[in-house]
Design a protein around this ligand. Structure first.
Ligand code: MIG
Length: 768
């Protein structure tokens, strides 16, 4: 019992418990929990304020119920062995539980399926699928954590409680190949199991899914705030082959006034794919190039792969050998396998010494001026074999392990070594480390992108459930290749994808070698203008997005959220995954089909205001959204103050002194988080939080501001834009005095009030 609602269950194959060391877990010390203990002939009962765990003695079966005595989860068979896939000793355990009728299952991070996980079986073994589409499994990342949403009726409490629900979550803390089956083998049963090692899982109970996520991220860690530039628009391609191409690319963005914060160097910037080297022919003056880009407000991100070329004389190779950094077979023979550079050795990122060595390797690239790093091929991927042999020996932070035992954690430990190295090299700065592979807890070291999708409408559609599921599984900072990676994008697809990408946490356009150019201007001026407008909107919304990132770093609540998270008791939301919430207040309903001029949108309970027209709409129903190619349907919850800023070309531009506050009349609370966007000073209190409390409707409203925190924001002017009032107001008040200089714009039916910093805004009699 780690907390009243968090229970760790361990079962060792031979009755011998190991050290229990795990890369998933961030928090191992918990305050003592009050537990009542009862014992009877056939069972033990452990009762906290939130959960009762019953352990039946023989066969050993566990069940969990909530504080109201409602059964949440119960074993259908004794916990046991072996795993159906178990190949070698000692074989991992399996846990089978009842899957209640009507229960929904979510989570597991990156999977190429819909949001709803029920009805299928999933393999969690980090792999390089070399491009994927719907239903391809496994993929690059494995997050062995799921959440269950259980209708209360089905918990056996009898009474019909229309829509009442309960939630729980389970993390299987095991980094070997695991299998989750949610009613696939047997429709009323779920099971989870691992190839090898202890069966260790964490059970978390809560009335609400959001509380389960809070507990899960308290246990496994939360995201660190990224630098602000990481939230801008990024442009990549495999590869921009030389200096001139990269320089021209940067100039194009500036010339066309399309905002952009970062460009990417894919593997061809290296000398023969040797990590930490430069192709001096193609990039002879890379330092100057990087400095010039920086001067234009463009950061450069470079790729680093996991394999190190077997090449005597190449310093990383020689050094790695001398330091014993590379993985070996149990007899000490070095393992090598083919990747881009040819035969490679693979560092043992589970060794603290190797992680340190690896992190220090970034020093020259950091000095050159590379701003962020992109770790690829770290499943690890090896050509012509799925991955490395399971018998290779790992240090496992001094505990020792075979590769098969920690396979799924390899990529995260590489990203961690990178992040820790950068933190040593640039201690005052926030870092961007992008990783393709990940395991539970990855979010506290780095972020992820979702690898090699296709330039197809199906892949576009998939990005939503994938991003939402990652967010539910701790990996809130994620994004897919905008425009699609493999195959040829089209103008229409790029327009729709850029519109969607503008509302995902990571916003990077990337394309594969041999595919058509996919930059925002690649398909002519109409598409360019649409992409540009979507990117501009992203920059206008940065104050809101930054706030969502901050909230995520505090509570684990995802940035991009499924409707069910906010409207759990509305059964209509349970499986919605073609629209989503960004933060708490903005509903995004992208167009996901070719040739469409609109789409259906489900508006949950409450009043919603259409972003483009200011129209007020009642929720709890489907509405039709007009969506010509230049428009993505967006809705703002009534009662929201949406913090925005004027368009900028990149985030190094000085922050405008004007903060735009879009007010959507209603009742609610909104937040604005601010800090310097680059340093670590926010961790010692140099930040500012503004709370907007609003009451009202379309005829009147009052917004009260409360400011906390010491950060001296450059934003000293407020431009209030009140959207969706019924008419011209009789009275506009700022700090309880009649405001001078407000105006009513009849065409947009918007009230505009310009003020300095203030504590209150009130609007009355807006009926005419
Ligand atoms: O085997 O570095 O997912 O983003 O462009 C392909 C080349 C290797 C896979 C990555 C992709 C990247 C590509 N890489």
């Amino acid at each position: 019992m780690l907390a009243p609602s968090l229970i760790r269950v361990r079962l060792a194959p031979d009755g011998q418990f190991g050290a229990g060391f795990s890369y998933a877990i961030a928090k191992t010390e918990w305050p003592v929990v009050d537990v009542a203990f009862e014992e009877s002939a056939d069972a033990l009962l452990l009762r906290t304020a939130a959960v009762t765990c019953r352990v039946q003695r023989s066969p050993c079966r566990l069940s969990f119920s909530d504080a109201n005595g409602r059964l949440l989860a119960s074993d259908t068979d004794g916990l046991g062995w072996p795993h159906p896939n178990a190949t070698a000793e000692p074989g991992g355990g399996i846990c089978r539980q009842r899957l209640a009728p009507g229960a929904h299952i979510y989570g597991l991070g990156e999977k190429a399926f819909g949001l709803e996980r029920r009805g299928r079986r999933y393999d969690l073994v980090n792999s390089d699928p070399e491009c994927y589409t719907w239903y391809d499994d496994p993929l690059y990342q494995s997050i062995p954590f799921f959440l269950a949403l259980v209708p209360v009726e089905s918990l056996g409490s009898g009474g019909k409680m229309g829509g009442a629900t309960a939630a729980y979550g389970i993390l299987l803390d095991n980094a070997s190949h695991s299998v989750f089956d949610f009613g696939h083998g047997q429709s009323d049963q779920l099971s989870f199991s691992a190839e090898t090692g202890e069966l260790c899982y964490y059970f978390m109970a809560a009335p609400k899914l959001i509380d389960v996520i809070e507990t899960y991220t308290a246990l496994t860690g939360r995201i660190l705030l990224p630098p602000l530039w990481a939230l801008g628009y990024h442009q990549a391609r495999w590869s921009y082959p030389d200096e001139q191409t990269v320089r021209d690319l940067a100039s194009e963005f500036r010339r066309r006034r399309i905002p952009c914060d970062a460009l990417y160097l894919d593997i061809d910037y290296m000398d023969g794919f040797r990590c930490f080297t430069w192709n001096e022919q193609a990039f002879p003056n890379h330092r100057q190039m990087l400095a010039d880009l920086r001067a234009e407000g463009i950061k450069t991100v470079a790729i680093i792969d996991a394999g190190i070329k077997m090449d005597p004389g190449y310093p990383v190779h020689d050094d790695g050998l001398a330091n014993g950094a590379f993985l070996t077979y149990p007899d000490g023979t070095l393992f090598h396998g083919p990747v881009w550079p040819g035969e490679c050795y693979f560092p043992d990122f589970t060794s603290p010494a190797v992680r340190r060595w690896w992190g220090d390797l970034y020093a020259p690239l950091v000095e050159d001026g590379i701003a962020g790093f992109w770790n690829d091929m770290n499943e690890p991927s090896i050509f012509r074999q799925q991955t490395m042999p399971g018998v290779l020996r790992h240090d496992f932070d001094g505990h020792g392990a075979a590769h098969r035992e920690i396979h799924n954690a390899y990529g995260t430990q590489m990203a961690r070594a990178t992040a820790e190295g950068l933190a040593r090299l640039r201690p005052a700065e926030r870092q961007l480390v992008i990783s393709r592979s990940a395991f539970a807890g990855h979010q506290r070291h780095a972020m992820v992108w979702t690898g090699d999708n296709y330039s197809t409408w199906e892949s576009l559609r998939l990005t939503i459930p994938m991003g939402l599921s990652l967010g539910l599984s701790g990996l809130a900072f994620n994004g897919a290749d905008v425009g699609g990676f493999m195959g040829d994008c089209t103008g229409e697809l790029l327009a729709r994808w850029t519109q969607l990408g503008a509302f995902t946490p990571f916003f990077r356009n990337h394309a594969a070698m041999h595919s058509v150019q996919q930059e925002p201007w690649a398909f002519g001026s109409e598409i360019e203008a649409i992409c540009k407008r979507a990117i501009e909107l992203r920059y206008e919304l940065l104050p809101y997005l930054v706030t969502a990132f901050w909230e995520c770093s505090q509570t684990g609540l995802p940035i991009m959220r499924p409707l069910v998270l906010a409207y759990q008791s509305d059964p209509r939301t349970a499986t919605v995954d073609d629209q989503f919430l960004l933060g708490g207040d903005l509903l995004v309903a992208p167009v996901l089909e070719p040739g469409a001029n609109g789409r259906r949108v489900y508006l949950p309970a409450g009043v919603w205001i259409e972003f483009w027209t200011g129209q007020r709409l009642a929720g709890s129903r489907d509405v039709w959204a007009d969506a010509p190619l230049d428009r993505i349907p967006l809705y703002v919850k009534a009662g929201t103050v949406l913090p925005m800023q004027p368009v900028i070309q990149h985030t190094d531009e000085p922050v405008s002194e004007t903060l735009i506050l879009r007010v959507y009349p209603g009742t609610g609370e909104s937040l604005l988080y601010e800090d310097d966007g680059r340093s670590m000073a926010y961790r010692t209190g140099d930040s500012r939080l503004t709370r907007f409390a609003m009451r009202g409707d379309e005829t009147w409203l009052e917004v009260v501001l409360r400011v906390e925190g010491a950060f001296a924001s450059p934003r000293t002017q407020l431009r209030w834009e009140v959207i969706g009032l019924a008419g011209v107001p009789d009275l506009v008040e700022v700090d309880r005095h009649e405001a001078d200089g407000w105006r009513w714009d009849e065409t947009s039916r918007m009230l505009v009030v310009e003020t300095g910093l203030c504590n209150q805004l009130a609007v009355r009699g807006a009926t005419r």
